[in-house]
Design a protein around this ligand. Sequence first.
Ligand SMILES: NC(=O)C1=CN([C@@H]2O[C@H](COP(=O)(O)OP(=O)(O)OC[C@H]3O[C@@H](n4cnc5c(N)ncnc54)[C@H](O)[C@@H]3O)[C@@H](O)[C@H]2O)C=CC1
Ligand SMILES: CC(=O)C(=O)O
Ligand SMILES: [Mg+2]
Length: 620
Amino acid sequence: MFSNISKSLLCCTNAIGPNRALAYALTKCPVFLEPPLSQCRNYHEVTGDIVCPNMVRGIDHLRDPRLNKGLAFTLEERQALGIHGLLAAKFKTQEEQLDICRISIDRYEDNLNKYLYLVELQDRNEKLFFRLLSENVEKYLPIVYTPTVGLACQRFGLIYRRPRGLFITINDKGHVFNILKNWPEPDVRAIVFTDGERILGLGDLGAYGMGIPVGKLSLYTALAGIKPHQCLPITLDVGTDNQDLLEDPLYIGLRQRRVRGKEYDEFIDEFMEACVQRYGQNTLLQFEDFALGNAGRLLAKYRNKYCTFNDDIQGTASVAVAGLMAAIRVTKRKLSENIYFFLGAGSAANGIANLTVAAMVAEGLTKEQAQDRVYMFDVDGLLSTRREGGVPEHAKAFGKNIAPEKSFEACIAKIKPSCLIGCSTVGGAFNENVLRQMAQNIERPVIFALSNPTSKAECTAQDAYNFTDGRCIFASGSPFPPVQYDGKEFHTGQGNNSYIFPGIALGVIATATHHIPETMFLTAARTLANYVSESDLALGRIYPSLSEVKEVSLAIAIEVAKMAYDEGLASVYPEPKDLSKHVSSMMYSFHYESSMPVVWDWKPEEKFNVRPVQPVPKNI
Ligand SMILES: NC(=O)C1=CN([C@@H]2O[C@H](COP(=O)(O)OP(=O)(O)OC[C@H]3O[C@@H](n4cnc5c(N)ncnc54)[C@H](O)[C@@H]3O)[C@@H](O)[C@H]2O)C=CC1
Ligand SMILES: CC(=O)C(=O)O
Ligand SMILES: [Mg+2]
C-alpha cells in the first residue's frame, strides 16, 4: 500500500510531528537504508539502538537508557524531540553528571548498595554508566566485578529487578533459537554465558550466576570499548545442586537438580548452533564459570568448531603467565628455571600450567622437561600417580611418580617451589607456615592468590609480605588495599583475566576471527607483560595499574588482529591497511552524541522557535 517513504513519513509524523518528520525520513529512517533494518549494521552505528528514532516518542528518549542523556539534552534537542518540560530547566554536561554519580555512590557505605546504584544507572543512562566505569576503573571495578559481583550473585533473588540478558532453561530444549529471537538486538557479536555451576569460588549458584556474564560484558564495553548492543549475557539454567538455593523461597531459577549427561550435552550443542544461526558464524562465544567436569571437556569439543574460548581456563592462563613474565625482571629467574606448585588442579590451574609450559618450551625446554617443573595439589592431595584413585584425567600431564602426600605444607618442604599459585577456592590456605617456608626456600618467592572473591583468596597481600619478610612478588584475583611493610607502601597487582578477555574479544570481533588458537593467549600475555613499567615493579606490582587497562586492552586487540590475519583466521576482507585504526574505529564512544536529526540544507530561521516546514521533494 505505502511506498517506503510514505511508511517512514507515517511513522515519523505519528511520533514527532510533520515538521521534523521529513528531515528524519530523508536521513535516518531504516526503511530508506539498504539492506533493511534487520540486517543493517550501519543503522546501529547511527543510533546504537534497534528502535527507529522516527518511531520513538519524545518521552522514550528519557526512558530508553541507550538514548537518555538526562539533563544533558540541549534546549534545541529538548524542543526537537518533544521532551521540553519533561526535564528540569538546568542543563548539565556529562562531566557534571559524572560528578553527581560519584557523590551519590560515595554516600553508600555498603558495596551491594553501590552495585545496585550502578545497575540502576546502567538501566537509566547507558553512556553515563560506561563512561563512569571506564574513567574510574580502580574505584568501580571491585563493585561491578569481583568481589562485590559475587555478593550480588548470592543475593540475586533479592536484587533482581529488570531483565538484563537471557535465561534459557533446559525446558526450552528444542526451542533455543526461538528464545534467542526474543532478544531485541539483531547485531550481537559476543555472548558470555554460564550454567552457574562454579560462580567464582562460591560454588553452584544456578540461575543466580547471571551477575557474572552481565559483569563480564560490562567490562567488554568499559575496558575494550565493545559496543553494548553487540554484547549478550546468557544464563543456561539446567537446575542447581545447591540445596540452600533449592530451598530458598527467593530463588528465581528452575527448582530442580542439575540435568547432566546426554541431555545436558544436547542442550549445549543446540545452544551453540542456535547462537551462530541467529547471529552468524563468527559470533564470539565465551564460556564462563562452568564447573570442572564440563569446562575443559566443552572447550576441547568446541574450540575448533566455533569462535569460542573458556575464560577461566585460557583468559586466566594468559593473565597469570603475563605476571610470571613480568616477575622475571625482579627474580632474574627465567620461566624455565622456576618450580611451580599449584594449590588446586582444576580449570584455572591447568589452563595456567599448560600455557606456562608453552612459554617454557619457547625458552628452549622440551614439553616433558617443562611439565616436570609443574606440581599440583588438589582436594585429594598431591597429584601423584601412586595415590589412590590416581591423577584425574584433566590434569594427567602434571601427575608425578612420587610418594602420595596429603599435607600441603609437607609438599612445600619437599618440592621447594619458587612459584606458588592458588586456584583452589580455599580462603587462607597460604597460611603463615606456608608463606614462611616459601621465604626460606627462595630469595624472591612468587605468590599468586588467584581465587575469587576476596574471601576465597589463598592469602591476603599484607600476609604475603609479612610472612615472607617483604620479599615476595604477589598478585591476587581480587584487589587488596595497599600493603604497609617496613615503613613503605606497596600496591600489589590484580592477576585477573579482566586484563585479557576484553582485548581478546575486541581483536576477535574487529577481524571476525573464526576461531581462537591457544597462541593468541600467549600473545596477549606477552603484550600485557610488556606494559609493566619499572615504576610498577618498584611499587610491588607485576601488572600495569588498572587505570591503564583500557590502553592494554586495545594493545592486546591490535596484536590479536595482526595474528588473525597472519594465521588466516580473520574474515574481514580486504585486510584493513591500518589495523590499529581499524580496531579503534570499532570502539564505542562514551561521550554523548547529538540527538538532533541530521539534515541537509536545513537551518532554523529563529533559534529555539518553531521550525519552518520543509518543502516535500517532488519525486517522492
Ligand atoms: N584470578 C582470576 O582471573 C581467576 C580466578 N579464578 C578462581 O580460581 C578458583 C578456582 O577456579 P577453577 O579452577 O575454575 O575451579 P575448579 O573447580 O575447576 O578447580 C578447583 C580446584 O581446587 C581444588 N580444591 C578444592 N578444595 C581444595 C582443598 N581444600 N585443598 C586443595 N585443593 C582443593 C579442587 O580439587 C580443584 O582441583 C575460583 O575461586 C575462581 O574464582 C578462576 C578463574 C580466573
Ligand atoms: C575471574 C574469574 O573469571 C573467576 O574468578 O571465575
Ligand atoms: Mg570466571
